[in-house]
Structures are given as structure tokens and as C-alpha cells.
Write a protein that binds this ligand. Structure first.
Ligand SMILES: NC(=O)C1=CN([C@@H]2O[C@H](COP(=O)(O)OP(=O)(O)OC[C@H]3O[C@@H](n4cnc5c(N)ncnc54)[C@H](O)[C@@H]3O)[C@@H](O)[C@H]2O)[C@@H](O)CC1
Ligand SMILES: Nc1ncnc2c1ncn2[C@@H]1O[C@H](COP(=O)(O)OP(=O)(O)O)[C@@H](O)[C@H]1O
Ligand SMILES: [K+]
Length: 569
């Protein structure tokens, strides 16, 4: 299990490790700095000691270097700029400076803030560095030169960021430019001009709990004019012990670049130190690949409700998803007039006329049906409201047989319009809103999430989804590149589609319908709502990654067999 921590949780874990005598704060800082240096050498082996390359005189560089920059100083050493801040993040920076210097690098160190006010461990490392080199003030008036260095270390702010970095805005812009200019080019091609940026713990300016840049209206105005940035960007972010929520949520993952988690020797995993209700984990597969022996109905039977003539595509996509993810049987229930259209499109998916709620109740006399999907392309009229009410009634906890239900798209609109329906939600439901649907269902919560993040820790998508799940009394899957899934008891996971799991092709019409189908199929297979939502979201991204660019919604279910095979079924 990959756990994600808030800043406060990380601090508590660190304090507990120190209090137990397992480690000292100074040792943790030393290991953090060492972890950063090791990650740099791992990412760019040509920079590692003994790589056979004399500093900037790398042959591959010589050819591309402009005449005025040979990439080396007089001694042929690599060059780093280390930007330290006023807290322990800065302390890590001083350790990195010392270790790089010991490895033969030429290191320029800058401090933002007052050295006299550094916290104790950071001050020790400031002094240790002081025996090797000088520390220059990091001032907005005279920002350090970044170009023509091999690496820039951002050790300005980490988990302790509390307010906007207004003063540093123009300089943060320079750092973002470095990363932008680098793009995906190989280091060798770019470093004469734009060094890669390595963030310690998290890029400065990003709130570690929410992934949101902290800024106020004054900075916002400067950002609009292009003269400032709210946060730094990075090519590589090295965090410690466990990833923080901010690495996965909002734009956090985007600013981090590649994320490496360094082991700093704290033995106890978060799952053992934190109560389940406070733990957030990365969504993963919760067993979708395993199918026991049995006949088709022992793998569950899903019923997907469809809309009227010409509106059936969304439900058909969901049905296909439910079938491919392993439900033993899937029936699409549609109004009589839509039978011919659907019959022309479906083969393995069965078809049944469901004119209105009474017909649904008759259909559900079939006790083999154990999962429903309501909403994709369904419509929002009185017929659909009655169907939704019947579904909620037929799936309520304690009813026999036990049934799960996914509520998506038009079902969410109906729930937002009708308090009585919303009040019928229960623990067997999974709501799958995108941001617009979420805002209609939970306007006050969405407003808090949309309010500018002017101080840390800022209200996060995890906070919002947990609050929504508690209010609705069921699992809520809040979609996006940072899909958050929460249950009423505060269990929570994130399906982050960033960096090597980035799958922007998922933003294609109908992909949400397939996700609803995946979750319905997993409910049919007997997964608990939270597990069905987690696995469904995870598989959805895996399918997109496996298929790649050019993906359309129809491709997602068809990619599942490949994904299952890769999982080793
Ligand atoms: N917690 C842990 O277990 C470990 C923490 N370490 C490092 O320590 C960092 C956290 O250290 P801190 O809690 O000291 O926090 P930071 O170093 O992130 O910064 C906190 C300091 O900055 C000030 N500050 C906050 N926002 C500001 C702003 N906008 N302008 C000016 N000053 C501002 C605060 O008042 C405080 O003095 C982590 O990110 C990590 O790099 C590592 O040494 C390894 C272990
Ligand atoms: N940029 C993105 N990266 C990764 N996943 C995305 C991105 N944009 C959207 N998605 C995912 O694609 C799906 C889109 O669903 P939805 O908004 O309901 O679309 P539709 O209604 O067209 O099916 C969701 O699962 C969402 O999490
Ligand atoms: K940082």
C-alpha cells in the first residue's frame, strides 16, 4: 500500500521516531539530504562521481554548448545552485550543498531569510556548510543566475509553507522557465542553458496538503501579467518516507515532475501509526484480476438503465465496461422505443424493456441481479426520477438480495435537484461526479474548494470528497486527473494520473460512462463499494495508459483483457 501523508502527519511520525530514540532530527536531515543527492545521480548518471565524465566537459555537451559556455569551471567541476529557505527544508538544502561539494562540485548557496532564526538542525547544517563555502542572501532584488549551471536545488519551502511567496514571485517565474525550457529534452542537450530543477520534498509555493499553489490576489494579478509565478516547478522532486497529498492532488503532481520517495530510515509505516480514518492511500487494484471458478451468475449480474431513442450510447458503453471487467451477465434496460436501436448495437449484452419504475421493480424480482448503474444518458424527467427512487429502494442495505448501485451523470443531476432523492442515498451507492456535477450536488463544499488558497494548509480535494461522502452517506468518487475516492467513514484513496501515470487521453467523451460500467461490474462481482470504486478508477487509467494516444471511450473496455494479462492473471 502506498500511503500519502499530510504535513502534520509527517511531522507527528518524525516526532514519534525522534521521541522513541530511533533517530535524531539531525540524522533525519542528513538522510534526507543524502537521499536527494542519490536521487540526482540516479536520475542523471552522467552527473554521478566516477561517471567517466569530467564535469561539464562531457563530450555530448561539448558539441551542443555555445562558445561562451563550456559547462565547467576552472577545475572542471559540475556546478549547482542551492536555494535555501528559513526552515528545515533549507536545512536539507545545506546538507545537499555539503554533499555535492564533497563530491567535487562547485556549489553556490543562497539563503532566503535570517540565518539567526533557522531552526536548530537547519542551523547546525548551515554552520557545517559555512566551513566549506559562503552563503549569499537570496533577495528578489538580486536573484541568482540559474542558467549555465548543472542543477538547481529548490530547498526554499517544504511542508511548512504557510503563506504566499509574494516577494519571490518573479524569481519563481525564472525557475518555472528553466523547467519549461527543458521540456522533455535530454539533460545533455539542455543543460548548457537551462539546468534541471530538483525540489526538496515539494516545489516551493505548493501546499503539501492540497497540491494547490498558495497565493493571494496581488500575486494573482502579477501572474496574469506574466511577471510572477506562485510556486516553483521541478523536473525531479525528492520527498521523504512517504509521498504527501500535495504530490498527487490538484496541480501538485504537475509542478513536481518526477517524484522519488527517499527512505530516511523511519521504520514504522504510516498505516501502523495512523488510524484508518486519517489514512489516504494511492488507489490500486483490489483484486479485480482474480476470478474464482463458477458459472456466469456466480460472477454477478448487472443491470444498466438506458435513456430514450438516440441517447443509448452512454449506457451501452457502461454495459460493455461492466461485462469486460468481469460481471457474469449484463442486461441493458431501455424504454420500449429504444429496443431496436439497442438490439442493433448489442450482442453479449442482453436487452430488456423497462418502460417505467413498475417495470424495473418486476425486472428486479430476478434475485440474480446484484448491481445497477443509473444515469449515463438516462434523462432527467419524472420517469427517470421514479426509476432512480426505485433503484435506491431496491438496493437499500438489508434488502435481499444485497445490491450495489452506481449513480452517474443524469442520476447526479436528479439528486442535485431533489432533496428527497438525495436523502435516500445509502451505503450501497457509489456517486461518480466530475467537477461540475460535484458542484451541483455539494455547492457549499465546492465553493470552499474553489476559494483561493491564500494560506497553508489549504482545503483540499481529499477534504472535500470526505465531507461529501459523509453527507451523502455513501462512497463518492470525485473525478479528474486527481480522482479522489472517499467513504462515509473517511477511508480515502487517490487515483493520481500524473507523471508516468499521466493519461490526458481520458478526457474524451464517454470515458466516464465506461468508468461507471467498470465500477458496476466490480460491484456485481461482489466488491464492496469502496473497493469497486478504487479498482474501477485504477483499471480505467491503466487501460488508457495501455492504449495510449488516440484513445476513444470504446477502446477502454477492449483494452481490459490486455491490462488483466499484464497483471498476471
Ligand atoms: N518532518 C520530517 O520528518 C522531516 C522534514 N524534513 C524537512 O523539513 C521540511 C519541513 O520543515 P519546516 O517545518 O521547518 O518547514 P519549511 O522549511 O517548509 O518552512 C517553514 C518556515 O518557513 C516560514 N514560512 C512559511 N511560509 C512562508 C512564507 N510564505 N514566507 C516566508 N516564510 C515562510 C515558517 O514560518 C517557517 O519558519 C520538510 O519539507 C523537509 O524538507 C527533512 O529534514 C526530513 C525529515
Ligand atoms: N486530464 C485527465 N487525466 C486523466 N484522467 C482524466 C483527465 N480528464 C478526465 N479524466 C478522467 O476521464 C473521465 C471523464 O469522465 P466524465 O467527465 O464523466 O466524462 P464523460 O461524461 O464524457 O464520460 C473521468 O474518469 C476522469 O477522471
Ligand atoms: K522545496
Amino acid at each position: 500500500m502506498t500511503e500519502l501523508l499530510t504535513a502534520a502527519q509527517m511531522r507527528a511520525i518524525e516526532q514519534a521516531a525522534i521521541a522513541s530514540g530511533e533517530v535524531t532530527g539531525l540524522e533525519l536531515m542528513e538522510r534526507a539530504g543524502r537521499g536527494v543527492v542519490e536521487a540526482i545521480f540516479e536520475e542523471w548518471p552522467e552527473l554521478a562521481p566516477g561517471a567517466g565524465v569530467a564535469g561539464g566537459a562531457a563530450p555530448s555537451v561539448q558539441g551542443t554548448s555555445p562558445p561562451e559556455f563550456s559547462g565547467q569551471n576552472e577545475d572542471g567541476a559540475h556546478r549547482a545552485v542551492v536555494l535555501c529557505g528559513p526552515g528545515n527544508n533549507g536545512g536539507d538544502g545545506f546538507v545537499v550543498a555539503r554533499l555535492l561539494k564533497e563530491a567535487g562540485w562547485e556549489v553556490e548557496v543562497f539563503l532566503y531569510g535570517d540565518a539567526g532564526k533557522l531552526p536548530p538542525d537547519a542551523r547546525v547544517n548551515y554552520q557545517r556548510w559555512g566551513e566549506m563555502g559562503e552563503v549569499l542572501p537570496l533577495t528578489p532584488q538580486a536573484p541568482p543566475e540559474l542558467a549555465h549551471r548543472h542543477i538547481v536545488i529548490d530547498a526554499m519551502f517544504g511542508t511548512g509553507l504557510a503563506r504566499p511567496l509574494s516577494e519571490l514571485g518573479p524569481f519563481l517565474r525564472d525557475i518555472c522557465d528553466c523547467v519549461d525550457a527543458g521540456g522533455s529534452l535530454m539533460l545533455q542537450e539542455r543543460w548548457p542553458y537551462w539546468p534541471p530543477v530538483v525540489a526538496i520534498d515539494i516545489p516551493s509555493g505548493i501546499c503539501a496538503d492540497s497540491g494547490r499553489p498558495i497565493f493571494d490576489e496581488a500575486v494573482a494579478e502579477r501572474i496574469r501579467r506574466g511577471s510572477s509565478a506562485a510556486c516553483a516547478a521541478a523536473d525531479l522532486t525528492v520527498t521523504f518516507h512517504a509521498q504527501k497529498l500535495g504530490h498527487a492532488l490538484a496541480s501538485g503532481g504537475f509542478w513536481c515532475g518526477k517524484i522519488v520517495c527517499a527512505d530516511i530510515g523511519i521504520s514504522s509505516p504510516a498505516s501502523r501509526t495512523l488510524p484508518r480514518s486519517e489514512l489516504v492511500k494511492m488507489a490500486s487494484d483490489t483484486g479485480s484480476r482474480f476470478k474464482r471458478n463458477g458459472h456466469k451468475y456466480s460472477h454477478g449480474y448487472a443491470l444498466i438503465l438506458s435513456g430514450s431513442v438516440g441517447k443509448g450510447g452512454a449506457a451501452r458503453l457502461a454495459a460493455r465496461g461492466a461485462l469486460r471487467v468481469g460481471a457474469g451477465a449484463v442486461t441493458l434496460g431501455c424504454p420500449p422505443a429504444a429496443m431496436i436501436e439497442n438490439a442493433a448495437q448489442l450482442n453479449a449484452v442482453m436487452l430488456r424493456k423497462i418502460k417505467a419504475a413498475d417495470a424495473l421493480n418486476v425486472a428486479l424480482e430476478d434475485t440474480r441481479i446484484n448491481a445497477l448503474c443509473v444515469g449515463p444518458g438516462m434523462g432527467t424527467g419524472p420517469r427517470e426520477a421514479a426509476l432512480l427512487a426505485a433503484c435506491l429502494e431496491q438496493t437499500r442495505p438489508g434488502a435481499s438480495p444485497g445490491r450495489g448501485v452506481v449513480l452517474d451523470a443524469d442520476a447526479l443531476t436528479l439528486l442535485a435537484q431533489n432533496e428527497a432523492l438525495f436523502a435516500k442515498l445509502h451505503a450501497q451507492c457509489v456517486l461518480t461526479p466530475h467537477a461540475g456535477e460535484f458542484a451541483r450536488l455539494f455547492p457549499d463544499i465546492a465553493e470552499k474548494l474553489a476559494a483561493p488558497a491564500t494560506k497553508g494548509p489549504a482545503y483540499s480535494k481529499v477534504d472535500a470528497t470526505r465531507e461529501a461522502a459523509k453527507r451523502a452517506g455513501c462512497v463518492v468518487l470525485f473525478k479528474g486527473p486527481d480522482t479522489v475516492i472517499a467513504a462515509p467513514d473517511a477511508q480515502c484513496s487517490i487515483n493520481a494520473s500524473v507523471y508516468d501515470r499521466s493519461a490526458p487521453w481520458l478526457a474524451t467523451a464517454g470515458s466516464g460512462d465506461v468508468l461507471a460500467g467498470f465500477i458496476t461490474g466490480l460491484l456485481a462481482r461482489g466488491f464492496a463499494p469502496m473497493n469497486a470504486a478504487e479498482s474501477g478508477a485504477w483499471l480505467h487509467t491503466e487501460c488508457a495508459l495501455s492504449f495510449g494516444p488516440g484513445l476513444i471511450a470504446e477502446d477502454l473496455p477492449e483494452e481490459l483483457p490486455k491490462v488483466f494479462r499484464a497483471l498476471g492473471v
